[in-house]
Write a protein of this length. Structure first.
Ligand SMILES: Cc1cc2nc3c(=O)[nH]c(=O)nc-3n(C[C@H](O)[C@H](O)[C@H](O)COP(=O)(O)OP(=O)(O)OC[C@H]3O[C@@H](n4cnc5c(N)ncnc54)[C@H](O)[C@@H]3O)c2cc1C
Length: 396
């Protein structure tokens, strides 16, 4: 792993320089292990990476300061996650759910105070982690509004949950997680903070093209108990921050795109076939592809960081930013796919080799299309807002 981009104009001050130095040092080590975790026959979970994240204090980066965390802004979260993903996309995406959710919970203020405080203290003192499992086989992406088939039934002191969750990223390392379930009693969708206990089983279904080391297996819940104070019904409050935390996803793919760009530049600057008097970097068609990569990376990063900065600076209007937040993700994924494609075309047939990282980045980047928000949902938000504005102006 090298750093061909010497000056990163999105690093604005000394605090952010320290943060990227921390993320870079972890990324360098993770890069060395990424192929091993990715290629193992039974996809394995990068426990060693998470041990190092914990020791480096990375897991508490978004936890509120009052509980001992670093309370990173959204912009800073994007910055560290992009750097980490340059080393290993799977590890960055997986830890991104945890960091992003703590950031989200910090801003939407829905969990009972003692529960959130205990979670934060466990993150700081024990390196605990969290993720939210909403996806199910028959509901698909939760962003489409399907009703969970996981059911919550009332008991005298709480709830019993039964069902199966798909795409449960981080599950091998979690001792707690949040699930969405249909509450029979109220016919509402609710969120339940679940502690690991008897009745929870991991079905190791995750054998995918990309993001293999996220270990996003299925989780089966069979009459799992949740106390009353660990349940929160769905309400508009859940998206009162515009879901800015989901920017951890484009941040991850920005890191992968950067890594591919870096690799292609290095390769083109060194490779000199015996049919040429120069390296391939001097050839016009190679330079044209490099220019396209630069353009794609600059446009998508600029959009990503500007939306994150606007989110940080304008707390009153975060819900209104949702179309831009979604667009930043959509553009980043499209550009990352094209950047990797161009990087592979520059390198040529060697890019297909499993001895090089490009084919892994190519596979990992595909997963971005199926992380939230989905592109059809983003398109709908953009179109609906434009039409609403137009129709309002027309009626005035
Ligand atoms: C690497 C990775 C990690 C993930 N980690 C997590 C996690 O930690 N927690 C979690 O909860 N989820 C996670 N997810 C799951 C993700 O958020 C989605 O739920 C999942 O990818 C399924 O989305 P989908 O769009 O493919 O599915 P579906 O919603 O089933 O869509 C499949 C197809 O049908 C179409 N379709 C279906 N319903 C509609 C509709 N109502 N309107 C329009 N079109 C429709 C879609 O356009 C699409 O073409 C992860 C996904 C990946 C790839």
């Amino acid at each position: 792993m090298s750093t061909a981009m010497n000056i990163d104009y999105f690093v604005r001050n000394q605090t952010e320089e320290k943060l990227v130095t921390l993320a870079d040092s972890l990324a360098e080590r993770f890069y060395e292990r990424a192929a091993g975790y990715d290629l193992s026959e039974e996809t394995s979970f990068p426990f060693q990476n998470f041990k190092e994240l914990r020791e480096a204090g990375y897991l508490k980066l978004t936890t509120p300061r009052c509980y001992g965390g670093d309370e990173l802004s959204l912009y800073q979260l994007v910055l560290v996650q992009e750097r980490l993903a340059r080393g290993d996309g799977s590890t960055a995406l997986a830890v991104g759910w945890h960091l992003g959710l703590i950031h989200h919970y910090r801003h939407i203020n829905v969990w009972p105070h003692p529960l959130f405080e205990q979670l934060c203290r466990d993150v700081v003192e024990q390196g605990a982690m969290i993720n939210h499992f909403s996806s199910e086989r028959n509901t698909g992406s939760p962003t489409r509004g399907g009703r969970p088939e996981t059911i919550a039934r009332r008991t005298t002191s709480g709830w019993l949950l039964s069902g199966r969750k798909t795409y449960s990223t981080l599950i091998p390392i979690l001792d707690r997680f949040v699930v969405t379930a249909f509450v029979e009693e109220s016919e509402q969708i609710g969120h339940f903070y679940v502690k690991k206990q008897a009745g929870i089983e991991i079905d190791p279904t995750w054998n995918t093209l990309g993001m293999r080391a996220t270990a996003s297996h299925d989780v089966i819940l069979d009459n799992v108990f949740v106390p009353d104070d660990a349940y929160v019904p769905t309400s508009p409050t859940w998206s009162s921050d515009g879901n800015g935390w989901l920017l951890h996803i484009p941040a991850c793919y920005a890191g992968i795109a950067y890594a591919a760009r870096d690799f292609a530049l290095k390769y083109a600057s060194k490779y000199q076939p015996n049919s040429l008097q120069t390296t391939i970097s001097k050839l016009p068609h190679i330079q044209q592809r490099i220019a396209q990569i630069e353009q794609d990376l600059m446009i998508s990063r600029t959009l990503l960081y500007s939306v994150a900065d606007r989110w940080d600076r304008d707390p009153e209007h975060r819900t209104r930013l949702q179309p831009e937040l979604g667009l930043a993700k959509k553009v980043m994924i499209d550009h990352t796919l094209r950047i990797i494609d161009n990087a592979m075309r520059i390198v040529g047939g060697a890019s297909l080799s499993r001895d090089l990282p490009l084919e892994r980045w190519y596979r990992d980047a595909r997963a971005g299309l199926h992380n939230p928000p989905m592109e059809d949902a983003v398109d709908r938000l953009l179109a609906m807002r434009a039409l609403a504005e137009f129709e309002r102006d027309d009626n005035e």
